[in-house]
Design a protein around this ligand. Structure first.
Ligand SMILES: Nc1ncnc2c1ncn2[C@@H]1O[C@H](COP(=O)(O)OP(=O)(O)OP(=O)(O)O)[C@@H](O)[C@H]1O
Length: 259
């Protein structure tokens, strides 16, 4: 597998005397196409780990490979290029630009990468359709619900060829029914081949995952199989039941943890 390989990862903030070990020795492998939930209390290091995986931040020590590339070896420009083409982020706060339609918001990363406008908008429509918003492209963010805005942000995160989606508390600002819709959308994207890593406080979100990684004080406290088999996703039932536990099935062998 290519996937994500993290070994001995540390991220320390501050100077001597006032150091915070936000990520404090993490070993984890995430297979392509896997859905991993990072669960833990505030301050346990979830956001820091997501930012490291996505190349928004750099390790203090250890090694982190994404699709076989050691991120430490990439210049800022190469990292930015990797994010632009292959990695999408979704945050808790809705961060669509209010003066642009949903379609224009979703097309923005492609236009930023030099894709001609008409083509960018065609692909934006495809991405909106993938998250169940095919009809809503012409609307402005304040003309749709909070959950629809978050799904549009997810469409923007996966537009084009992006195959890794990192979502930091994507349901944190939503009521539970709307949060459920958003998690289902993430699960469906995963089932279509996108690797998804979600940070959350909410135990209910574990049901969408193939694996749940529990974090505490910058470390992994335990890894369990998620419950995605019970979330109506027969396509992933096999993986989630065995991920990390068995060498007998293709994916699970690759997702074994070393934490
Ligand atoms: N830029 C920074 N400078 C100093 N300390 C930081 C920085 N970013 C994070 N930290 C500290 O690192 C630890 C981990 O923070 P992080 O944001 O990764 O946790 P989290 O699990 O995502 O928390 P939350 O659920 O509240 O977002 C915390 O103690 C935090 O205060």
């Amino acid at each position: 597998m290519a996937g994500i390989r993290i070994s001995g990862a540390r991220r320390t903030y501050g100077s001597s005397g006032g150091e915070v070990h936000a990520v404090d020795g993490i070993d984890l492998k995430i297979a392509d196409g896997e859905f991993v939930v990072l669960m833990g209390a505030s301050g346990s290091g979830k956001t820091t780990l997501l930012n490291l995986i996505g190349g928004l931040d750099r390790l203090s020590a250890g090694r982190l490979e994404v699709w076989g590339t050691d991120l430490a070896g990439l210049s800022e420009a190469r990292l930015a290029g990797l994010r632009m083409t292959s990695i999408g982020f979704v945050f808790q706060e809705l961060n669509l630009l209010p003066e642009l339609t949903l379609q224009e918001n979703v097309a923005l990363p492609l236009e930023g990468a030099g894709v001609p406008r008409a083509e960018a908008r065609r692909r934006a429509d495809e991405a909106l359709a993938r998250v169940g918003l095919a009809e809503l492209g012409p609307r402005f963010p304040d003309e749709v619900s909070g959950g629809q805005q978050q799904r549009a942000a997810i469409a923007r995160a996966v537009v084009g060829e992006r195959r890794l989606l990192l979502a930091d508390e994507p349901t944190g600002a939503l009521d539970s029914a709307t949060g459920t819709q958003v998690m289902r959308t993430l699960r469906e994207l995963c089932d279509s081949g996108v690797t998804v890593v979600v940070s959350t406080h909410n135990p209910a979100n574990a049901q969408y995952a193939d694996r749940v990684v529990r974090m505490r004080d910058g470390r992994i406290d335990g890894i369990t199989a998620g419950n995605s088999a019970t979330a109506g996703n027969s396509a992933t039932a096999g993986n989630s039941a065995t991920a990390g536990n068995s060498a007998a099935t293709g994916n699970s062998a690759a997702t074994g943890r070393s934490a």
